[in-house]
Design a protein around this ligand. Structure first.
Ligand code: BTN
Length: 251
């Protein structure tokens, strides 16, 4: 069934919320709206994406009327150092929204994957266009199966709980949580985000991981976040490497 946005509009009166039956990517639509001067906080949600964008140029699997595919237009006045933790901030927001909707405790994989157990249920993508940021959040909600290449690594709220979940309730919770975590970042800076992320993520400390970085692979045990939010990995020879970007997976 398509989203019924009545409850969402009632919860956020005056908020620009664009619903699309089908689009290439909500990221593109949100960037266009942002460039045309739409209000901060504008939400773009699609039932289906034919070219959903993931990190590292990957495709985000966007089955029709099944997941939640949302982009926010953000106009944040943030110092550079706080901007770097934007994706982690939204990861915390997505995890909170999932907990409130489906009563599931998620794990967070640095920097911006949301997991149930060891499988991914949501991902965050941030794009910057001058002073406008477009934050995309994809959540697997009611998928009952995934394409063969994704099924070992992906799950949905429905698969995890054994029952369908309301995408409308999840969208309301997601907007509330994103607003509140972004306010926290704007007013309190990165430190509260880093503390919360460290508490919420099993990946930040003591996890044996592989990190893919520009073609090379680093193996080690995670050893916390530095003050900028980068991941520290202790390698088998005892040296510590700071990971500034890259895909992290468990050993
Ligand atoms: C990731 O690779 O983990 C990030 C995935 C982000 C997917 C969302 S779905 C809504 C928005 N539109 C897109 O095309 N991508 C993001």
């Amino acid at each position: 069934m398509p989203l019924d946005l009545t409850s969402v509009h009632m919860q956020f009166p005056g908020r620009e919320i664009h619903w699309l039956e089908n689009t290439g990517s909500t990221m593109t639509v949100a960037a266009q709206l942002g460039a045309a001067g739409c209000p901060a906080g504008t939400v773009v949600v699609a039932e289906e994406q034919t070219a959903g964008q993931g990190r590292f140029g990957r495709i985000w699997h966007s089955e029709r009327e099944t997941g939640l595919y949302v982009s926010f237009v953000l106009r944040l006045s943030l110092a550079e150092e706080n901007l770097r933790v934007l994706a982690m901030t939204l990861g915390l927001a997505a995890a909170e929204a999932i907990a409130r909707t489906a009563d599931i405790e998620c794990d967070l994989r640095w920097p911006n994957d949301v997991l149930i157990g060891d499988k991914k249920c949501a991902g965050i993508l941030v794009a910057v266009e001058q002073t406008t940021f477009v934050a995309g959040i994809g959540i697997n909600v009611n998928q009952t199966a995934f394409p063969v290449e994704l099924s070992p690594i992906a799950t949905s709220l429905r698969l995890a709980t054994g029952r369908p979940q309301s995408r409308e309730a999840l969208l309301v919770h997601l907007i509330e949580s994103a607003d509140s975590f972004l306010r926290m970042l704007e007013t309190g800076g990165k430190d509260p985000v880093l503390r919360m992320f460290t508490r919420a993520s099993s990946y930040v400390r003591g996890k044996h991981v592989f990190v893919e970085q520009e073609g090379a692979e680093i193996e080690g045990v995670t050893d916390g976040l530095d003050e900028s939010g980068f991941l520290i990995v202790r390698r088998p020879d005892g040296t510590r490497t700071t990971i500034m970007a890259g895909g992290v997976r468990p050993k």
